[in-house]
Each structure stands twice: as C-alpha cells, then as structure tokens.
Ligand binder design. Structure first.
Ligand code: SF4
Length: 344
C-alpha cells in the first residue's frame, strides 16, 4: 500500500510547496490549510470548495489524521475532559480540555514520555519514547475541538514532555495555532512551559517569539531542584534565573514561574522567603500549585493551613502570586498526572 504523505502540522508555506509538487496552484493550499486547521476537517471529500477531481487526487496521495481518540474521561468535580489518543505507531498520549466560564483551555503533550524524570510526575516514569511531530501536536487540538464542539481559547504546552527538548516541532505547532487561517489563537493565550532548558531559553528570546513562557521552578535551592527537576544538575538555579532575566529584559514579557507545593519538601516559611528573594528583582508572576497526589508516586499535598501560611508570606512580594488548583484530579488529568495510560 502506498505511504500517504501527512498534511497535519504543515505550515502554509510547506503546504503551498506540496500543492505545487502535484501540479496544483498554491492558492489551493490556503483552502486546504483552512479546512484542516480552522475547521478540523480530515476528510478531503468534505472540502466542498475543491473540485471532485482534486478531492480524489488528495485522497489517493495524502492523509490528515494520524491520531485516534481511544478514550475520554469526564471529571465529576469540574468540567475537564481527558483525552487518550492512540498514535499510528501504537503509542499513547494524553491531552486535557479544561473549561472555566468563557475560557476553554487545552493542555497539549509534546512527547511520548519525558527524559527529564521529575520524581513528582507520572510522565517522567515512562522515560522518553520519542518526540511528537508537529502534526501530532497540532492534531491534539484539532480533534479535541471537533469532538467537543468547543472553540478553544487558550493553549498550554504543559502535558506529557518537555517542549523545549522538542523545540522546533513545539514552536511550529504554536505558530500554526496562531495563524489567521488556523485556530487563530493569540500569542498571549498560548503558554509554553519548560523545566529550564537554558540554551533554548536564550534561543527563544533571541528568536523573538511572543508566546508566553512558564518555567517550573519547584524549589528554591539547587539541592531541592536537583531532586525535583533533575535537569537542574546540568542547568542550575542561578543560571536559570539569569536566563529568565535575559528573556524578560529583551522580550519585555513577564515569565510565569510554576511552583508545585509539596508537603514537608518545599512548603516551609523559609522556602517562601527564599522564593520571594529569588524573584523580587525582575517582573514576573508566580503560580503556586498544591501537589496533586498520584497513587504511583509517594509525595503528598500540603495541608490547607500550610498552603495559607506559604501564600501569605508571598503576598508581601512585588510580583503577582496566584494559587492554581489543577483541574481533573479525579481523572488523573491534573499537573504531573498524565502518563498515557497504556504506556506503562
Ligand atoms: S514535569 Fe514536565 S519535565 Fe518533568 S518529567 Fe514531567 S513532563 Fe517531564
């Protein structure tokens, strides 16, 4: 059987080149790009502004859909839905749809597994199987939008994997999401989250991308971060803060730091004070995320009292502090809980 070329994840320019290669005018690429990325259509026969001949020609040589929804779990405590996708090579990934009044956010995966191995994270238990293609990242949004019939308003690259270790494909997917003929989601509503891959932070700054950045901090000393975010041994805390300041100075955008609060590990008043000191001399935001307990991992959530004390100590800071309670805890869809079910 002929191997069909995959069109999901192609930029408009790439699609124009593909159309030219089969003797079609490049404006056809605009029509097809819009059907795929704006309307989540994967059947060429449904692209009604193309001739029958072209639809047949496309059906013979190309395909759009490589991800199948294998399972959906609806949370009973909030409106989140976890999607389990099966990939063409038999691997699985997860994406999460989170709804909050008029804000509809999708949390996307960028890898099957993850090489970083943060001990609080279920994805890290799998290790890295492989990076996702740009198409596999884009398709998560397309098929969730189609299935849910919801207009997605926000995107976070916070699912399985470290986006900055799959840099080109993650950026390419984000660019497709931002295009006028695609989902057209503003750069301000697309957040790329990294655990601190410092050379890529510099590249990202120098390349001038406008998508918002989040950094998982999770500790206030190198000792804590070495344990919680093992890449810290390669890219230590002081270098990370230096790279974050470089980004802030050059992009004029604030970084959001994520801090997963874990009982008896990083939830003391001393931690809060160190955190305040670390982040006080440049514009940034801090998200405190009480740990989501996971049966496979032995960390615990902080008590409400500890959380209050910690946050109160931080409210004296010059930066904005928010407490983000992850959605979908009952369906293991919250931060650090994704693992693609059938992968381990
Ligand atoms: S928290 Fe992020 S970087 Fe760490 S193992 Fe999980 S997916 Fe990878």
């Amino acid at each position: 059987m002929q191997n069909k070329e995959i069109l999901s994840g192609k930029t408009l320019t790439e699609l124009e080149t593909t159309m030219q290669s089969i003797g079609e005018k490049s404006f056809r690429a605009r029509q097809i790009y819009k059907w795929i990325n704006k309307k989540s259509v994967h059947d060429f026969q449904k692209m009604t502004d193309l001739s029958k001949d072209l639809r047949n020609k496309l059906t013979d040589s190309f395909k759009i859909k490589t991800l199948e929804i294998q399972e959906k779990e609806h949370s009973e405590i909030d409106d989140s839905v976890k999607y389990l996708f099966k990939l063409e090579d038999g691997n699985f990934i997860e994406s999460v749809l989170m709804q909050d009044s008029d804000r509809h956010t999708i949390c996307l995966s960028t890898m099957i597994g993850c090489p970083i191995g943060c001990p609080y994270c279920a994805t890290g238990l799998i290790g890295l199987k492989r990076n996702l293609t740009a198409g596999e990242i884009v398709e998560q949004l397309l098929w969730v939008a189609k299935d849910s019939e919801i207009d997605l308003t926000n995107i976070v690259f916070m699912g399985m994997g470290e986006p900055f270790l799959n840099y080109e494909n993650s950026i390419k997917a984000a660019q497709i999401f931002n295009t006028e003929l695609g989902p057209e989601i503003s750069t301000r509503k697309i957040v790329i989250s990294t655990c601190g891959i410092i050379p890529k932070l510099y590249d990202y700054t120098d390349q001038g991308y406008k998508f918002k950045l989040a950094i998982s901090l999770n500790g206030t000393t190198n000792k804590q971060r070495d344990e919680m975010v093992p890449i810290n041994k390669k890219y230590p805390l002081e270098e990370l803060i230096k790279a974050a300041k470089y980004y802030t100075n050059n992009s004029r955008n604030r970084i959001t730091f994520e801090y997963i609060l874990i009982k008896d590990f990083n939830d003391s008043l001393e931690d809060a004070r160190r955190l305040r000191q670390l982040l006080s001399d440049f514009p940034c935001k801090l998200n405190i995320i009480p740990y989501n307990e996971n049966e496979q991992i032995n960390f615990q959530a902080p008590s409400e009292q500890k959380l209050d004390q910690f946050v109160n100590e931080l409210y004296k800071s010059p930066f904005a502090v928010t407490v983000r309670r992850s959605k979908g805890q009952d369906i293991s869809a919250a931060c650090g809980q994704l693992y693609g079910k059938n992968n381990i």
